[in-house]
Design a protein around this ligand. Structure first.
Ligand code: F6P
Length: 329
């Protein structure tokens, strides 16, 4: 009898609940018993678990966050924590694990697979920086939140003839900034992947003013670093906004969207992606496959070896940055 432990780990992402729901119900269909592990790898270390069945995952498909709760576990990176996690797996009679999370969590999943626990991963992270999959759970919802925020900010930017610097999450990835900026009609998008100086950014704002643009929206990824001035502890959005104020380009305001992007009811896309990932993940588990993760590849759900987490992620398409620039002129 397979007894499947399910956990969500790292930054929560909208759609994690939809994945839990679909995993439990697909597992039930295959006569696989499920156990919920609370607070990610921390709960695995501390044996913080509880039963999971079809009824306990009802009414969650529309909810952001994760009913299993999440954590970034430092302890799981240490040998003593790892040993306790393996002990919990033995004590709970868990025979396979499903880990729903981003890069760090999928590395944890690989470690468990390498240490005798068949483990399958489902990519979930608003950053969209998991190698091998074109989309992770939560990205679409976060993007839609960026677009909604930009719509609102544009009203004020136009009304007051201001520049708005909008900083978005994404860690070292510029995916949310690029796609959110493109969809939200930002004048300038700044990514960690593409170097730019504060001087050149200001020149672009001023060029817009000369062409009659009386407002400007700059979307800045939290991982962006200007090439001509150190951040000195400032966020990149703050550095860009301060520079624009200093040269008096346009009256400037800074908005940091931060954790607003992590919450909220998942979009239809994220609910469907999560459900499809979960079904394939449970099929892999029932076939005895470990060390794999689900991925969206050319519209299909594929199974990839967990080792892809070491490869570079190619989701940021720089050609789209040129497009964002041209269509904002
Ligand atoms: O990985 C998701 C993410 O929201 C990143 O975009 C951000 O850099 C980080 O997590 C923030 O983490 P925390 O919520 O632990 O501060």
């Amino acid at each position: 009898m397979t007894r499947l432990g399910i956990l969500t780990s790292g930054g929560d992402a909208p759609g994690m609940n939809a994945a839990i729901r679909a995993a439990v119900r697909s597992a039930t269909e295959r006569r696989i018993e499920c156990v919920g592990i609370h607070r990610g790898f921390s709960g695995l270390i501390e044996a913080d678990t509880g039963p999971l069945g079809n009824r306990s995952v009802g009414g969650i498909i529309e909810r952001g966050g994760t009913m299993l709760r999440s954590a970034r576990s430092e302890a799981f990176l240490r040998p003593d924590g790892q040993a306790r996690a393996l002990q919990t797996i033995v004590d709970e009679g868990i025979t396979a694990l499903l880990v729903i999370g981003g890069n760090g969590s999928l590395r944890g999943a690989r470690w468990l697979s390498q240490n005798g626990v068949p483990t399958v991963g489902i990519p979930a992270s608003i950053d969209n920086d998991v190698p091998g999959t074109s989309m992770a759970i939560g990205v679409d919802t976060a993007l839609n939140t960026v677009v909604e925020c930009l719509n609102r900010i544009r009203d004020t930017a136009v009304a007051h003839e201001r520049a708005f610097v909008v900083e978005v999450m994404g860690r070292k990835s510029g995916y949310i900034a690029l796609m959110g900026g493109l969809a939200g009609g930002a004048e300038i998008v700044l990514l960690p992947e593409v170097a730019a100086s504060l001087e050149s950014i200001a020149d672009r704002v001023l060029a817009g003013v000369r062409k009659g643009k009386r407002h400007s929206i700059l979307v800045v990824a939290e991982g962006f670093v200007p090439s001509d001035e150190p951040l000195d502890g400032r966020s990149p959005g703050r550095a860009v906004a301060s520079y624009l104020e200093r040269i008096d380009a346009l009256e400037t305001r800074l908005t940091i969207l931060g954790h607003l992007l992590r919450g909220g009811s998942p979009t239809a896309f994220d609910r469907i992606l999560a459900s499809r990932f979960a079904e394939v993940a449970v099929a892999l588990i029932s076939e005895g496959a470990g060390a794999s993760m689900t991925a969206l590849v050319d519209g299909r759900i594929d199974a990839l070896p967990l080792d892809v987490v070491d490869e570079p992620c190619t989701n940021v398409d720089r050609k789209l940055l040129d497009l964002a620039d041209v269509i904002a002129r």
